[in-house]
Write a new protein. Structure first.
Length: 569
């Protein structure tokens, strides 16, 4: 997938009505798309705090959430609009934002006759205020210009990203809002299929995934179990994590999941016979997955409290067993994803109904967090082999930066082969300078295949890190600024060559910070300048400056100034 253009025709957060940004510009499109292997090149969104860069991620998440919901087969009753019963429910002709245009290229199968762009469809979605979104195909074979598309559920999902993936290292609640809603939709899909005695394949229909800390252990386990060792090089080379040695999965199987019916909202009014019938399909799906987990386990047993304990001492045979029963790393992650989503079982129908219509910045605070022993599924004792350390290291004992490194790169590895849209909000905030300098290179490694990059997904990264800009070409750097007087956000591309530019250059040109030293150090240097202007002895002043301040461009310039004054005398 490659984003081309986004326009918001009504205000959204700090983005004004009429805000527009071009990603892959028209004169670059054919050149970029000529190769069958599209070069991976994330867009770097940079600028001061509050300049609107995160709002672009948020608006894209909201737009694709709206489009995804229009074509889902399984929507909960409390979600869908009804004039009397649910007047705030979802409607295809009303969205947040309610008017937008988005254009992108996406690879489609040969059954869709498109021209140019190496089999990529040039898609445009236009939503006018109060109307349903309209689809257009701009490179339909045999036609010129735009071709209006009437799209049903199956075709629409082929023309939408296979996944929209969100990650934020901070407290950006508005980025997570549509993803939280989709998480509950996925949960309710599971409930609906169970209630109506329908099969469930273990893969959520909704393809928006917010990969927050609740999935962190699952991401690490799936990658270390089932990814080829060659693509795990960043884990080894940067963190020293060589392998997973052991871990435990705990499933609270007997407490309201299979037997007594209290797992699901509303079952407390049913008879034991009715409850058992309604949970039959749920039990069948869970039992199949749990049976597979048992076959991969080194040992397993049930406690008196009704918990199933599965222990894994990881060997090559363990990896082969997981590969046999669960397929690849992403397939295993999606099983874990739905089982972890079951931990939402205490959320009431009324709260879910509120969440589906919410635009609150405090969504996560309204969702109850279960004590560990009340969760349907959880991980424990995830132990790793770390280079240079003889004893096993617990995953929980790693630093914030190490967790973030494993999480951010791990989610890229899981979804590297899909037409995915990654929305990463400051994914490197806990990294040391060396890791920040290497981050783009490590991302590129995630999407390498046989020495070349795959047909790369699209990725947007917000950042304040000059290193990410220095490893990107100017066309892929979007600089945000906020005009407070006109209440507008402006986006420009750097007027200098960013690839290989020094950190000082980027700091001055992109972040409007001309000093290479901290503000307190600058104030000390300013004091020395004042003393020099007042006529203090240059030699003594230079000695004091050299003793107190470390090396910097500013210090060198000042010392040269003092030296010049001395020579003038």
């Amino acid at each position: 997938m490659k984003l081309l253009r986004l326009k918001v025709d009504e205000s959204f957060r700090s983005l004004q009505a009429g805000f527009e940004v071009d990603f892959l510009r028209e004169w670059d499109r054919e050149q970029v798309m000529q190769s069958s292997n599209i070069a991976f090149a994330p867009y770097i969104l940079a600028g001061p705090n509050g300049s609107g860069k995160s709002n672009v991620l948020e608006v894209l998440a909201s737009i694709f959430y709206h489009m995804e919901c229009m074509y889902l087969e399984n929507l909960p009753d409390s979600f869908v609009y009804e004039e009397d019963q649910n007047p705030k429910g979802f409607q295809g002709d009303k969205g947040i934002p309610d008017a937008f245009e988005v254009e992108y290229l996406i690879h489609v199968s040969s059954q869709y006759k498109v021209k140019g762009y190496n089999g990529h469809a040039h898609v445009k979605i236009n939503k006018l205020k109060g109307e349903s979104p309209q689809w257009s195909l701009l490179n339909f074979e045999g036609e010129e210009g735009e071709s209006d598309l009437t799209i049903g559920r199956t075709v629409a999902r082929d023309f939408l990203p296979s996944f929209v993936l969100g990650y934020s290292s901070g407290e950006n609640e508005v980025l997570s809002l549509p993803f939280f809603k989709m998480r509950f939709i996925n949960y309710d899909e599971y409930y609906s299929r169970m209630f109506n005695q329908l099969d469930y394949d273990g893969k959520p229909e909704g393809r928006m995934v917010y990969l927050d800390a609740s999935f962190s252990q699952a991401i690490v386990i799936c990658n270390l179990l089932l990814q080829d060792q060659s693509i795990l090089r960043p884990f080894v080379e940067e963190i020293g994590v060589e392998a997973i040695k052991s871990f435990r999965i705990i499933v609270r199987k007997a407490s309201g999941v299979d037997y007594d019916g209290e797992f699901f909202e509303g079952y407390d009014q049913t008879t034991e016979e009715e409850s058992g019938a309604k949970t039959r399909q749920l039990s069948e799906y869970l039992d199949n997955k749990i049976d597979a987990l048992k076959k991969c386990a080194t040992c397993h047993y049930e406690t008196d409290e009704g918990e199933l304990i599965l222990d894994y001492l990881v060997t090559e045979a363990t990896r082969e067993a997981f590969g046999l029963h669960f397929g690849n790393a992403l397939d295993l992650f999606q099983v874990f994803q739905i089982m972890l989503t079951l931990n939402l079982y205490t959320v009431s129908s009324n709260l879910k109904k509120e969440l589906y219509t919410s635009d609150s910045l405090y969504v996560s605070e309204t969702v109850p967090v279960l004590a560990s022993d009340k969760r349907i599924m959880r991980f424990k004792h995830v132990d790793l082999k770390k280079r240079g350390i003889s004893e096993q290291v617990t995953l929980k004992s790693l630093s914030d930066g190490e967790h973030q490194f494993l999480h951010a790169l791990g989610l890229c590895l899981l979804f590297k082969d899909d037409n995915a849209l990654f929305l990463l909000d400051e994914p490197e905030t806990h990294f040391n300078p060396a890791w920040r300098a290497k981050f783009i290179s490590r991302l590129r490694q995630c999407f390498e295949k046989d020495g070349a990059t795959t047909a790369a997904p699209e990725m947007l990264i917000t950042t304040h890190t000059p290193f990410l800009i220095s490893d990107s070409e100017s066309d892929n750097v979007l600089v945000f600024s906020k005009n407070e007087q006109e209440k507008r956000v402006d986006v420009t591309r750097p007027k200098y060559n960013t690839l290989g530019a020094s950190i000082n250059k980027i700091t001055m040109e992109t972040f409007n910070r001309r000093e290479t030293i901290g503000d307190y150090a600058k104030s000390k240097l300013d004091d020395f300048r004042k003393r020099a202007e007042q006529g203090e002895d240059e030699v003594q002043l230079a000695e004091e400056v050299d003793r107190i301040l470390g090396d910097s461009v500013e210090k060198v310039l000042f010392m040269n100034q003092l030296s010049g004054k001395k020579e003038d005398k």
